[in-house]
Write a protein that binds this ligand. Sequence first.
Ligand SMILES: Cc1cc2nc3c(=O)[nH]c(=O)nc-3n(C[C@H](O)[C@H](O)[C@H](O)COP(=O)(O)O)c2cc1C
Length: 337
Amino acid sequence: MISKTTPSPPTIYQAPMEGVIDHHVRSLLCAIGGVDICVTEFVRVTDQRLPRRVFTRLCPELLHGAATADGTPVRLQLLGGNPAAMADNARKAVAVGANAIDLNFGCPAKSVNKSDGGACLLQTPHRLEAIVGAVRRAVPQAIPITAKIRLGYNDRSTYLDNALAAAAGGASELAVHARAKVDGYKPPVYWACIGEIRQRLDIPVIANGDIWTLEAFKRCREVTGCEAFMLGRSLLARPDLGLQIKTYCAGERYCPMRWQQVVGLLWDYYQTTREIYPSKYLGNRIKQWLAYLKLAFPEARVFFEKLKRLRIAEAIEAVFIRELQDRQRELKVMEGL
Ligand SMILES: Cc1cc2nc3c(=O)[nH]c(=O)nc-3n(C[C@H](O)[C@H](O)[C@H](O)COP(=O)(O)O)c2cc1C
């Protein structure tokens, strides 16, 4: 029986990752378990109402109850600086099937910031509030709206202003990547600021940034006091990190995923996406995922070296099959010990 003093189990979000976590990856990650809520890549909003196909291309789950095949809810991410257009497209997204919206105020990309989207809006908290407010008024109250911010743009001095602005605009939840735009992705990460934000806000705050391991999760929870956490690069490096965290919090033992299982996951991804990407890009997505896996699995580095120059399906597949067979043999030997 769980005692009354046991902290409630954390909610784990998959962080949005443009160009990396598409619906195929979401589906594979969610099937492993441990992820409660996913977020799509962004729908870029300028001043037009976008056609239905833009929403369903980035989020085919909209056609299936806005959830992955295993039933994990998916939030649709919008990015833009025009409140009226953001509101109009949020309304459209809901009409197409979205049942939760995520607003991007963190993207550091030059091209995005130059066209008035992402982290540049952190320089003007009143504009951020206007965007959140316009979207809030455009969709039914039952539709949660998450705002995702960094700690600031050129420095970290505006995090409370922006957090308060998002809440004043009516955000249901605030996700905070604990760095300014100027910090890029460089360590350190400033979790203490998330703790401060959490104490000032009445809405749930989702802690994000550098939760690479179970140990990092424990430290982040202690520093921030949050009950919700968002995993991005770390979920690609350790696809079962969410499950590991959940199992730990339930007081149960867990044996983390082994490389043998990870290769199987990559092979599934390769097979499902093989037909979709033009042949000149074949294998690129696998190599991209391996760049994250290398951070947690030494074997991924070796596998990447074998794959990195290959462009032809037969060659890529031969290397994959060899790896799968070798690892299978290794597993049998280990099990026989
Ligand atoms: C390749 C890449 C793409 C990203 N795309 C988005 C995005 O579309 N929207 C967003 O709000 N954040 C985006 N982020 C930021 C992540 O959601 C997350 O805040 C950041 O990576 C820190 O979390 P992590 O240390 O768990 O990766 C992206 C990050 C990376 C590395």
